[in-house]
Ligand binder design. Sequence first.
Ligand code: ADP
Ligand code: ADP
Length: 226
Amino acid sequence: MASIRFDGVTKRYKDGTLAVDDLRLDIPDGEFLILVGPSGCGKTTALRMLAGLEEISEGEIVLGDRVINDVEPGDRDVAMIFQNYALFPHMTVYDNMAFPLRMRRVAKKEVAEGVRAAAQLLGLGELLRRRPNQLSGGQRQRVAMGRAIVRQPAAFLMDEPLSNLDAKLRTQMRGELARMHRRLGTTTLYVTHDQTEAMTLGSRVAVMRNGIVQQVGAPQELYRNP
Ligand code: ADP
Ligand code: ADP
């Protein structure tokens, strides 16, 4: 686990778009922080800079005690979870979850233990031989989370992970995410445009607009006094 700090982080795309403007945000170790705001306000750009998928124009991003601006994406100790799952269609649930460990040449026995533990936490124990097209949307999202969990990263970066699910499943998965966070305690930065998720999921909410974080606080504070 590790804290995350955006220290004056700015992103200017090549075409001149100022997507993120002097972002300052401190996420202590173990916090579940929601970054909320309308489409186009810069949330995904902020997350992608943290994951190393987008270059930083100005400022520093610090993970734990390490400035990670120049660290390769694969060497950043973070796991991204997307809305479109990004599972390998030809692989079973087991192999999808085992993949990040096998990539790191983890021993076979440890791979099995890691996958089993994640599957148990997410209620996927009976589905390990299925392929993604034999799963419901909620189950696919759980596999995607399982694949992030097995690595035991310092932080989870979630980009609208529930937005492809129907309303009922979304509610259920919000509960599961909260439970998962209580169990694992992994620092999480969760991006959404959904106010319900912002109000119910995290301990703090950062409200972003036009590339700028306007307010940070507990959900009750922010939504009482918008
Ligand atoms: P959000 O995740 O809040 O919807 P984004 O971070 O995706 O916002 O986008 C922030 C702004 O940056 C938007 O104006 C968007 O059009 C722009 N943008 C995103 N990606 C690029 C890119 N590759 N080149 C130029 N502008 C971009
Ligand atoms: P949902 O509950 O989200 O509506 P489905 O109706 O597609 O999802 O699936 C209900 C149950 O049937 C799930 O437990 C799922 O694993 C199982 N299932 C769905 N598709 C298949 C399939 N092609 N083969 C085997 N089991 C399936």
